[in-house]
Design a protein around this ligand. Structure first.
Ligand SMILES: [Fe+2]
Length: 126
């Protein structure tokens, strides 16, 4: 049983141990799907799904929902997508991305009750 707090509203929430994710992390971390190898300046598809790990989906109600998802190349923002409460389905975002050099993609999301969460980074070789 973990004694560490389940989430922070003031600091970035980032799982430390992916082999033993708490339910809060399964519900909140954004998962990046993208090819590992891409060609320079050729668009490729990046899919981001918030939560749903082991079937643990995040609620989507007027009082508790995922407000936004952001995708970064290293420290540079690629895109930030906002969700309206109740109206999005499954918190899935699909983006066309174009890179001109190798980078690490990072995805973050913000839950109105549980703060900002970041998932596993995804290295992309150009
Ligand atoms: Fe939440």
């Amino acid at each position: 049983m973990s004694t560490e707090k389940e989430f922070s509203l003031t600091e970035l929430n980032k799982p430390a141990d992916w082999s033993n994710l708490p339910v809060m992390a399964k519900k909140h971390v954004p998962i990046i799907e993208a090819p590992s190898n891409v060609k320079a300046n050729e668009p490729f598809v990046v899919k981001i799904k918030v939560g749903g790990i082991d079937g643990v989906e995040h609620p989507n109600t007027l009082s508790h929902w995922i407000n936004w998802v952001a995708l970064y190349a290293g420290e540079r923002l690629i895109s930030k997508i906002e969700f309206g409460a109740e109206l999005s389905d499954g918190y899935v975002v699909t983006l066309n991305v174009t890179l001109n050099e190798s980078t690490t993609l990072r995805a973050q999301e913000f839950c109105n009750l549980h703060g900002v969460w970041e998932g596993k980074p995804k290295k992309i070789n150009v």
